[in-house]
Design a protein around this ligand. Structure first.
Ligand SMILES: [Cu+2]
Length: 204
């Protein structure tokens, strides 16, 4: 089901007096860097020794029909960028998370389990003790057309195996889930985001 598009060796920065060009050297444009920074609410050391990866997975709806794709790309020094390219999403704010099991059994996608949360944190960015699940992400907006092409940052997970980040490709994989409602970033354990309307299996 998955297609590995790209796997580039992480670049080792050689001490040569300047580090400002590091992002340019690996082709991260400023826009992507800024989006990821929004989610970088917690200092974390990311060990980039592993090769950075990018992969594209099909997204299905509750009837099992493919409605588009999601591309997940490791970001040097941070987590991943999630690039959604899907159709037929109901208009409005929708929640999106990584869930703990790489399984998308229709029609309700309960087989994906709860949020991916290997550090046993509280859900949400606005909880009493904000320390979000690895799988938590900010809501996206679906327009009336239902066509969504957007990028969402997550600075806590990785597609490759990098120290300091939760691996999406663990023993049982993970699932990307889109919900019928918006995440309130606060209600435990899943932000009161409603039913699960789309799913992608994230697997090696
Ligand atoms: Cu969810």
């Amino acid at each position: 089901m998955k297609k590995i598009l790209l796997a580039t060796a992480a670049m080792t920065l050689v001490a040569c007096g300047g580090t400002d060009d590091a992002a340019d050297d690996v082709g991260i444009d400023d826009e992507t860097a800024n989006e990821v920074e929004m989610y970088d609410r917690f200092d974390r050391d990311v060990n980039d020794d592993a090769a950075l990866m990018s992969a594209t997975y099909p997204v299905i709806n509750s009837a099992g029909s493919e409605i588009g794709t999601v591309t997940i790309s490791d970001v040097e020094g941070s987590g991943v960028t999630v690039s959604l390219d899907v159709t037929a999403i109901p208009e409005g704010q929708r929640a999106i998370h990584f869930h703990e099991t790489g399984s998308c059994d229709t029609p309700d996608f309960q087989s994906a389990g709860g949020h991916y949360n290997p550090s046993n944190a509280n859900h949400g960015f606005e909880a009493d003790d904000p320390n979000p699940h690895a799988g938590d992400m900010e809501n996206f907006d679906a327009p009336a057309s239902g066509v969504v092409r957007t990028e969402i940052g997550n600075d806590r997970v990785t597609l490759s195996d990098r120290e300091g980040l939760a691996p999406l490709l663990d023993a049982n994989g993970t699932a990307l889930i889109i919900h019928a409602g918006a995440d309130d970033y606060e209600t435990q354990p899943s932000g009161d985001a409603g039913s699960r309307i789309a799913c992608a299996v994230i697997e090696p």
